[in-house]
Design a protein around this ligand. Sequence first.
Ligand SMILES: O=C(CO)COP(=O)(O)O
Length: 248
Amino acid sequence: MGRKFVVGGNWKMNGDKNQINEIINNLKKGPLDPNAEVVIGVPAIYLAYVKSIVPDSIGVAAQNCWKVPKGAFTGEISPAMIKDVGANWVILGHSERRTIFGEKDELVAEKVAHALESGLKVIACIGETLEEREAGKTEEVVFRQTKALLPAIGNNWANVVLAYEPVWAIGTGKTATPQQAQDVHASLRNWLSSNASPDIAASVRIQYGGSVTAANAKELAACPDIDGFLVGGASLKPEFVDIINASQ
Ligand SMILES: O=C(CO)COP(=O)(O)O
């Protein structure tokens, strides 16, 4: 179907200059699968530093942004600023933003709309909690979260990657089984076919995120509807290279 494998590293609030140098040197050494797209999500304060040392072949993402270009929003950064320091991507709607910082579907959608209008590419995150999964609400939740994004994305789907990250699998060492992940990815694609368009459903890349490691990446990558990963903890380690190469 021609969906390019795309692997994101979400460093979250981790890293200092020393560790960043190590991570970037490791990525430079690779070797990286030339057929995989790589994007690293770095703390805002290091965006410019990372851009100054990373090869252009690796995309750089902010982990959040605000929904307008500038103004009295103490502590926030805008897509215009992210672009100004040379980064092209932003991760939005991560479950940590949703749960710890109380971001609701509508706010995530407003941020996605503004980031896309500003010319950034977006990794938009969705996913259910353990409670929601156990209540049989996984599809209801991911469909609701995705539905909120439809008007925000409009005809900009080419600049969006969806990241399905079940909250119970994030940072817990409890990876979704390949079948569990594949099932949600397939039903999401099916839902997109009816609610966006068959073309969008066939072309949008859906990453899996949640305790991805070098040990489980290959099996997950072999699933037909898994088009890459959004990696937290392991993106800080040398094994990130093996995860990037998992679809080879
Ligand atoms: O939240 C994640 C990526 O955005 C996943 O984190 P872990 O890979 O550490 O579970």
